[in-house]
Design a protein around this ligand. Structure first.
Ligand SMILES: [Zn+2]
Ligand SMILES: [Zn+2]
Ligand SMILES: [Zn+2]
Length: 362
C-alpha cells in the first residue's frame, strides 16, 4: 500500500477533518519512534478478590449506591459516587473573573460505574447482552443527570483501562463526570461540524462515513502532481454492523485509535434505541477483540462524545453525530507532542486498519 514509500516510510502531517486545528504526524520511519508504553501489563484475571471494594460481597466498602442493574437478585452493574471526586455537588456553579483569568467553580458530579461483577474481565470478554445493558445504564444515568440539574452542560462517560490509561483500581469500571462546562474536545467538534453544515448542508461525520464506505482517494505529489498513491478509503473500516461502523480515522492522535459511529445520523447518544445499542454492543465487542488480537493486552481509554445539552446546542442536531472514541495507549507522549500538540503516529492508519480488519476473531 505504501508502495514505493516502503523504504523510507511514510512521513506526512495529516489534518483532522472534523477539528482542523488538530493534526497528526504520521512518521513510520524508525527515527521518530516515541517511547513505547510498557508492552503488556500483568493482567489480573481473577474473578473475585476479597479485598476489592468493587467485587460482589463488598458493597459496603463503596459510598451508598446510586443505582444497580438488575434491580433484584445479584447485581451485574452498579453506579456509586466516586470516593475522590474531581468535581463535587457541594459548591454552587458560580463563575468569577480577574484580569485575564477566569474561574468556574468545580461544581458537578463524579460517579463510578462498576462495569461487571467479574474482577478482571475485559471488554471483549463480556457478553454482547451485558455490553448492551452497560451502555443502557450509561444512557439512563446521563439522562437523569441532565434532567436533575440544568446547570450541568455536559455528562462525560469514559473508561480508563490499565495504569498507562490512568486506572487506579484494577476491577473493571467506567466513570461518569457531569460538569458545568462543555469540554474543549467536544466543543471543538460541535463548532467545526456546525460550520461545515452551514457551508455544505451536510453532517461531516455522515460524509466521512460515506467516504469510508465507498470512495477511493488519490494522493498527489505536491510539486510534480504525480500520483503518490491511491487509497481505497474503505480500508479504514474495521468492523461494520447493521447500524454501526468502527473506523480507523485518517488522522488520529493514537496509533490504534478507533471510532464507533451510528451509520444513521444521530446527534445525541440519549436517542439511541434498543436495536441501536444491541448492534453497538456487537460492534464494540468485535472491535475490542480485534484490538486485543493485534495489540495484545492493550491499555486504553474510551469516551462517549454526544451532543451537549442546553440552549446553545439546540440547533446542532443536524450537524453533530455521537460516537465512541477508543484510544489505545501504546506509546507515551513526549515533549515533542506536548510542546507542539502534534501527535506522532509510527503506524500508518492504513496499515493499522488493515491489521485490525484481517485478524480472525470468534
Ligand atoms: Zn474486584
Ligand atoms: Zn451525521
Ligand atoms: Zn469525538
Amino acid at each position: 500500500m505504501a508502495g514505493e514509500q516502503q523504504g523510507k516510510g511514510v512521513r506526512e502531517i495529516r489534518i483532522n477533518p472534523i477539528v482542523p486545528t488538530e493534526s497528526v504526524l504520521v512518521a513510520t520511519a524508525r527515527g521518530m519512534r516515541p517511547k513505547k508504553a510498557e508492552e503488556r501489563i500483568e493482567r489480573d484475571t481473577r474473578a473475585h478478590v476479597d479485598t476489592c471494594p468493587f467485587c460482589r460481597g463488598n458493597e459496603d466498602r463503596t459510598p451508598p449506591e446510586i443505582s444497580r442493574w438488575p434491580q433484584s437478585g445479584d447485581w451485574e452493574i452498579r453506579i456509586v459516587p466516586n470516593l475522590y471526586p474531581v468535581l463535587g455537588d457541594d459548591s454552587p456553579a458560580n463563575s468569577m473573573a480577574f484580569g485575564l483569568q477566569q474561574v468556574i467553580d468545580g461544581y458537578g458530579r463524579h460517579e463510578v460505574v462498576i462495569d461487571h461483577p467479574h474482577h478482571g474481565i475485559i471488554i471483549h470478554e463480556m457478553s454482547e447482552d451485558h455490553l448492551y445493558h452497560l451502555f443502557r445504564t450509561f444512557q439512563a444515568r446521563m439522562g437523569e443527570l441532565y434532567a436533575a440539574d440544568p446547570r450541568l452542560k455536559y455528562v462525560l462517560v469514559f473508561k480508563n483501562f490499565g495504569p498507562a490509561a490512568g486506572a487506579s483500581i484494577p476491577h473493571t469500571h467506567s466513570q461518569i463526570i457531569a460538569m458545568p462546562v462543555v469540554p474543549e474536545n467536544v466543543q471543538n467538534e460541535v463548532t467545526h461540524s456546525r460550520a461545515h453544515h452551514a457551508k455544505f448542508n451536510q453532517c461531516i461525520f455522515c460524509s466521512l462515513i460515506d467516504e469510508a464506505l465507498t470512495f477511493e482517494a488519490t494522493i498527489y505529489e505536491r510539486d510534480t502532481g504525480q500520483i503518490r498513491r491511491k487509497i481505497n478509503v474503505g480500508q479504514y473500516v474495521i468492523e461494520r454492523g447493521e447500524r454501526f461502523v468502527a473506523i480507523k480515522p485518517f488522522a488520529s492522535r493514537f496509533e490504534w485509535e478507533i471510532h464507533i459511529l451510528p451509520l444513521r445520523h444521530e446527534a445525541d447518544f440519549l436517542q439511541a434505541g434498543e436495536a441501536d445499542l444491541q448492534d453497538f454492543a456487537r460492534v464494540l465487542r468485535r472491535t475490542m477483540a480485534r484490538l486485543d488480537k493485534v495489540v495484545g493486552g492493550v491499555q486504553f481509554n474510551f469516551f462517549l462524545h454526544s451532543l451537549p445539552h442546553g440552549d446553545d446546542y439546540e440547533n446542532c442536531g443536524e450537524s453533530y453525530h455521537w460516537h465512541l472514541e477508543i484510544c489505545p495507549r501504546t506509546s507515551i507522549p513526549t515533549g515533542f507532542e506536548l510542546g507542539s500538540g502534534l501527535f506522532v503516529s509510527t503506524v500508518s492508519p492504513e496499515d493499522a486498519a488493515e491489521a485490525l480488519r484481517n485478524v480472525v476473531i470468534d
